[in-house]
Design a binder for this molecule. Structure first.
Ligand code: ADP
Ligand code: MG
Length: 403
């Protein structure tokens, strides 16, 4: 079934339209460090404002524990939206309280209000269906229609994603529609060779992804913190690198399955090892199967893939027709350990076919490293959501929109 899109809601002039955005952006000292998600929400918001709708934006930010916490206020996000839209944007002081009610009631056609962080309310993420439903009913009072455009949360059964969509005429916004279309092209008959590049910090975050992808991919390229659990599974010492010993058995299973299925599993030939976890750490390149041979011995920490691995990975990527990449190859936040991630990003820009980047830190990484989003086939705004889609799972926030 096709996803219901904005036009299915008809003429929205004068209507109150609740838009679930994902304005969960990284902050440092109250400043947004990557506003990609606010920018990604603009097409839908502009389309609604231009039609003369009264727009009520809802979103979460961070993980406040079901109660108001100024540290997680949407104020910086509302301010940035105002700058991007070149419009006055009011932020209500609560989500479904008096302030929200007044702000929504005083909206004129073509105006926009942001309600305070959804997760200041326990009902948003409650495990209890009735509690989520009750919270969604309070949100629903503010709208005549609902537009789901927070792609980063469509894999979650949460009040503002799932129940709210059942209570009002609802449709996917432009961002969600684009994400589903682009990621769908990776899932449904990807042009081969199809390569998935996985990195990031923990293998335990990505176990499901690996097992679901092994039957689908031609090549699986492994980097980031998780590569050390792979090396350990092959029997190599990894000194003080990130290691999840309790996952070694699972990883051994994946290594065997990859071989059985004829999936080319790429691990690095060399790694960059540092004497400590710091931007100015001393570091050197060593073979991946001899990490303890570095001058830091058992203290050494692997923080990036090495130059030989960069070359091999770039070659595997460039010669693929479909590439999905999630997770930085190293600790790119420290420039000395960003080289592997930059090399992979560079290779993705050269793919003759479809290249897709998914994951919050991966998207932040390409921007930090000076790449533009349009150098890639698609840069997803969703981490977990894009992975689950690629794995072929059904996502509740999309099913409820007819998908
Ligand atoms: P994404 O958000 O793109 O899905 P993750 O959240 O899984 O990515 O992982 C991102 C983090 O992984 C980054 O902050 C990066 O510093 C970290 N990382 C990458 N390589 C290593 C490594 N070798 N050791 C420790 N952390 C690493
Ligand atoms: Mg992350």
């Amino acid at each position: 079934m096709p996803l219901r899109t904005l036009d299915s809601l008809g003429d929205l002039a004068g209507k109150r339209v609740i838009v679930r955005c994902d304005l969960n952006m990284p902050l440092s000292d109250g400043e947004i460090t990557d506003d990609g998600r606010a920018r990604a929400s603009l097409p839908t918001l502009r389309a609604l404002l231009d039609q003369g709708a009264k727009v009520v934006v809802i979103s979460h930010l961070g993980r406040p524990k079901g109660e108001p916490n100024p540290e997680f206020s949407l104020a910086p996000a509302a301010e940035r939206l105002g700058q991007l839209l070149e419009k006055d944007v009011v932020l209500a002081a609560d989500t479904v309280g008096e302030s929200a009610r007044e702000a929504v009631a005083s909206l004129e056609d073509g105006e926009l209000v942001v309600l305070e962080n959804l997760r200041f309310n326990p009902g948003e993420t409650s495990k209890d269906d009735a509690e989520r439903r009750a919270f969604a009913e309070r949100l629903a009072q503010f709208g005549d229609a609902f537009v789901s455009d927070g792609f980063g949360v469509v894999h979650r059964k949460q009040a503002s994603v799932y129940e709210l969509a059942q209570l009002l005429p609802s449709a996917a916004g432009a961002l969600v529609a684009t994400e589903v279309e682009k990621l769908g092209r990776v899932v449904d008959n990807p042009e081969q060779p199809f390569t998935v590049v996985l990195g990031g910090s923990k293998v335990s975050d990505k176990l499901g992804v690996i097992s679901n992808l092994l039957p689908r991919v031609d090549r699986l390229v492994v980097g980031g913190g998780m590569l050390f659990t792979f090396l350990a599974a092959q029997g190599h010492a990894v000194a003080s690198s990130l290691l999840e010993s309790e996952q070694i058995e699972a990883v051994r299973g994946y290594l065997a399955e990859a071989e059985e299925r004829g999936v080319e599993l790429l691990l690095p030939a060399d790694v960059v090892v540092a004497d400590r976890f710091a931007a100015d750490a001393a570091h050197e390149v060593v073979p991946a199967d001899a990490i303890e041979s570095s001058s830091f011995g058992a203290e050494g920490i692997g923080l990036d893939i090495g130059p030989e691995a960069e070359r091999a990975y770039a070659e595997a990527i460039r010669t693929s027709r479909t590439v999905f990449w999630n997770g930085p190859m190293g600790v790119f936040e420290f420039p000395a350990f960003a080289s592997g991630t930059a090399a992979i990003a560079q290779a993705l820009t050269a793919v003759d076919g479809l290249s897709v980047v998914g994951g919050g830190d991966s998207a932040a990484a390409i921007r930090t490293l000076g790449f533009a989003d349009d150098e890639f086939g698609h840069v997803s705004t969703g981490g977990g959501a894009s992975l689950e889609l690629i794995e072929g799972k059904r996502l509740p926030g999309l099913e409820v929109l007819g998908w």
